[in-house]
Design a protein. Structure first.
Length: 274
């Protein structure tokens, strides 16, 4: 199908608009962070004397090294467990199709529809009764459970498209179900696994609500969760608050920029498979 020049121009204009909508908030944060501490900048105006030292002050005031360590520990606790459980369940629902798999899969679909805020109150009392309040486990364990529905659906969508002939050939060669999963399907599913790992990392690193409600010690929260305490301390210092926000977002931006090709490739592969 031939695309007219007008359609091409409209498509490019739409991309420019979307790019501007995405970049302007980051540009506003950067420009505001460079204003003198204690001022109230209006609009997006480049300061006459950029205060790059605001980033160093925010890094020190928010105790960023401790926050980086805490976020890394939480990510290590959440992402591998979610990947393993989601991949195994997705393989069972998408390829093995054991008896009752439709009803079990429906439960995970229902899990995606539950509002996160609606389960926060009972989750708080459950974590309190387990004696895990104000620990990193109060963030790790709920996140693993909350990420399971999406992880299972994501991996199931990949395994459903796997050809049955591949499994039959492995069965003929004497492969067990575990060997079929680990040696045949998992290597082929690496694009889906890597993209899921990126999503889980971003969601875990940016987790805010659980960290604020279940953990009182800022040093045990995620980077985003510590932003609440940071804002409370410097609530009137807008430039310093913006500098801290940019520092918190930097690791996620770096990770996404490094692995964006894998992520896009997995999405395109899934769209081709249907």
């Amino acid at each position: 199908m031939r695309v007219s020049r007008r359609e091409v121009l409209l498509g490019r204009a739409l991309l420019v608009v979307l790019m501007a909508v995405t970049i302007v908030p980051f540009l506003s944060l950067l420009v505001t962070a460079l204003h003198p501490s204690g001022t109230y900048p209006e609009g997006i105006s480049w300061p006459a004397d950029p205060q790059w030292g605001n980033f160093a002050d925010a890094f020190t005031a928010a105790n960023m090294p401790a926050l980086l360590l805490s976020s890394a520990l939480i990510v290590v606790g959440v992402v591998p467990a979610s990947l393993v459980l989601g991949t195994m369940a997705g393989f069972a629902f998408g390829h093995l199709r054991m008896p009752g798999h439709r009803a079990g899969f429906l439960l995970f679909v229902v899990g995606l529809t539950l509002p996160f805020e609606g389960i926060l109150t009972p989750l708080y009392f459950q974590i309190r009764d387990m004696g895990l309040l104000n620990t990193r486990w109060a963030i790790i364990l709920p996140l693993i459970g909350l990420f399971m529905p999406f992880s299972v659906l994501w991996m199931r969508a990949f395994f459903v498209g796997m050809p049955d002939d591949l499994s039959e050939a492995a069965r003929i060669d004497g492969a067990t179900t575990w060997q079929l999963f680990w040696r045949v399907h998992v290597p082929i599913a690496m694009p889906a696994l890597s993209s899921l790992a990126i999503l889980l990392f971003l969601w875990t690193w940016n987790q805010f609500l659980l960290a604020i409600v279940l953990v009182d010690d800022p040093a045990k929260r995620t980077m985003a969760g510590a932003l609440g305490a940071f804002q409370g301390r410097f609530g009137t210092d807008i430039p310093l608050l913006c500098a801290g926000s940019l520092l918190i977002m930097t690791p996620t931006l770096v990770v996404f920029l490094i692995f964006q090709r894998r992520f896009v490739a997995a999405l395109l592969q899934g769209s081709v498979k249907g």
